[in-house]
Design a protein around this ligand. Structure first.
Ligand SMILES: [Ca+2]
Length: 389
C-alpha cells in the first residue's frame, strides 16, 4: 500500500501518483482504532462491521476487486499559498483563495498560477483554528466566515476590479473559543440560501442549545435574515447537535451533506435533514438513533480523516482529510445511499483542507501544511487540479 514517508513527497513523485487506493490502511499506527476502516452505520447487519485489513473485496482467485472510483492529478494550479482555507471559483475560472492566518484573499490565475492580493479582510483575529475561514460567492459579492475579536461571524464584501471592499456584517454572535472548534463551512445552496457550519466553541453543550448558534448548521438569506421556511420560526438553526462542521456540499438531488470532526474516535459524514439533531455531545459517531438523534451515513476513525472540505461531482462526495492526509471518495448509489468509501493520495500531499468541484469530473484540492500542524518544510501549500471518476 501507499503510505509514503512525509520526506519523500515531491511534486515530481506526486504527479506520477495515479489513483492511490488505500481503503482502511492506516499509515500511522495510532492506538486509536488503527486498522479499522470507515463504516456505514446503516449499511450492514451489524453496526460498524470490521473491514478486515482493508484491501477491498476479494475475488474468487484472491485478487482485490478493482477500485470503483479514480482520482488523477492533472497538474498544479498554484504553489506557495499561506494557510489556504476557503476557495471559490470566479466566472472566468480564476480562483479566490483565503489565507486563514493572514486574512488576505488571493486571486489565483487558473492558467498561469500567478497570485495577486485582492485585499485583506478587516476585522479578522486569527488565533488557533480561527481566522479567515469559509468563502462563498454571489455575483460580485464575496461572503466570508471569519473569527473576529469576540465571536465568529459572516461578513460580505464587494469584489470589483480585482479588489475587495470593506466588509459588512451579515451575521455575528456565533460563539468562539480562543483556539478550537470555530466551524467555518460556508456555501450557497441550490435554494439560494446561505448555509454556515459552526463549531461548539469548545463548549459541547451549546450544540444541543437551540438558542445558541454554536454547534449548528445555520440557514439564512443572503442578507442574514431568517428564511420563512426554516425549521423553526425566527431561528437560523437548520440542524443541531454538531461538534465542528467545515464542509458543506449538495448532491444532484439537492440534498445537503456535511463533514464533521469527531473528538477522540469518530469523524462523521452526515446527510442533513431540516430540524434534525445529529447527537453531539450525547453521541460521537453512530448509536444515537434510539435516542432520537440522526446517525452519520459514514464514520471514520479520526486518524484516517479529520475532515474539512467537501464537494460533490458525478455521483460521489469527495472529502478532504487533515490528519488523515487523504481524499475520501464516498459514492452515492442509485437510491442516493452512501456506498463504500475509498481513500486517495494517502500521505502524498500532507494535510488536505479544501476541495472544490469546478466541472464534471474535475476537482480542485488545496493542501494545508502551513496551518500550524503540518510540516511546511516539505513544500508550501498548493492547489492541485484533479480528474476524478
Ligand atoms: Ca453526530
Amino acid at each position: 500500500m501507499s503510505a509514503r514517508p512525509l520526506a519523500s513527497r515531491s511534486l515530481a513523485a506526486a504527479l506520477t501518483a495515479l489513483a492511490v487506493l488505500a481503503v482502511g490502511c492506516s499509515g500511522d499506527d495510532s492506538s486509536e482504532g488503527a486498522g479499522d476502516g470507515p463504516s456505514r452505520p446503516g449499511a450492514g447487519d451489524s453496526p460498524a462491521p470490521p473491514e478486515g485489513d482493508g484491501d477491498g473485496e476479494a475475488t474468487e482467485d484472491g485478487d482485490a476487486a478493482p477500485a470503483e472510483g479514480s482520482a488523477e492529478v492533472e497538474g498544479t494550479v498554484a504553489e506557495g499559498l499561506p494557510s489556504p482555507w476557503g476557495m471559490v471559483e470566479l466566472p472566468d475560472g480564476d480562483l479566490l483563495v483565503g489565507s486563514r492566518d493572514d486574512a488576505t484573499v488571493l486571486r489565483v490565475d487558473a492558467d498561469s498560477g500567478e497570485t495577486t492580493e485582492a485585499g485583506r479582510v478587516e476585522g479578522v483575529e486569527a488565533n488557533g483554528e480561527g481566522g479567515l475561514l469559509g468563502l462563498a460567492l454571489d455575483g460580485d459579492t464575496l461572503y466570508a466566515y471569519i473569527t473576529a475579536a469576540s465571536d465568529n461571524r459572516v461578513v460580505r464584501m464587494r469584489y470589483t476590479d480585482g479588489q475587495l471592499g470593506s466588509p459588512d456584517v451579515v451575521l455575528d454572535g456565533i460563539p468562539k473559543d480562543d483556539v478550537i472548534h470555530h466551524g467555518g463551512g460556508l456555501a450557497f445552496g441550490p435554494d439560494g440560501m446561505l448555509y454556515a457550519g459552526t463549531g461548539d466553541a469548545n463548549e459541547p453543550d451549546l450544540a444541543q442549545d437551540p438558542d445558541s448558534l454554536a454547534g449548528k448548521i445555520l440557514r439564512m438569506t443572503p442578507d442574514g435574515e431568517v428564511p420563512g421556511d426554516n425549521p423553526e420560526p425566527d431561528s437560523l438553526v437548520f440542524s443541531l447537535g454538531h461538534r465542528n462542521v467545515q464542509g458543506l456540499a449538495w448532491d444532484d438531488r439537492d440534498r445537503l451533506w456535511a463533514s464533521e470532526f469527531g473528538a477522540r474516535s469518530l469523524d462523521e459524514l452526515n446527510l442533513i435533514e431540516p430540524g434534525a439533531n445529529y447527537g453531539w455531545p450525547e453521541h460521537e459517531g453512530s448509536g444515537g438513533a434510539d435516542d432520537g438523534f440522526v446517525d452519520p451515513q459514514v464514520e471514520w476513525p479520526v486518524e484516517q480523516a479529520s475532515p474539512s472540505g467537501l464537494a460533490y461531482t458525478d455521483g460521489a462526495l469527495w472529502m478532504a482529510g487533515l490528519r488523515g492526509e487523504r481524499l475520501w471518495r464516498v459514492p452515492l448509489d442509485g437510491a442516493g445511499e452512501a456506498g463504500e468509501p475509498e481513500a486517495f493520495f494517502e500521505s502524498e500531499y500532507g494535510r488536505l483542507r479544501a476541495v472544490l468541484a469546478v466541472g464534471p469530473g474535475e476537482l480542485l484540492l488545496a493542501t494545508n501544511e502551513t496551518d500550524g500542524r503540518g510540516t511546511p518544510e516539505d513544500g508550501d501549500d498548493r492547489i492541485l487540479r484533479l480528474n476524478v471518476l
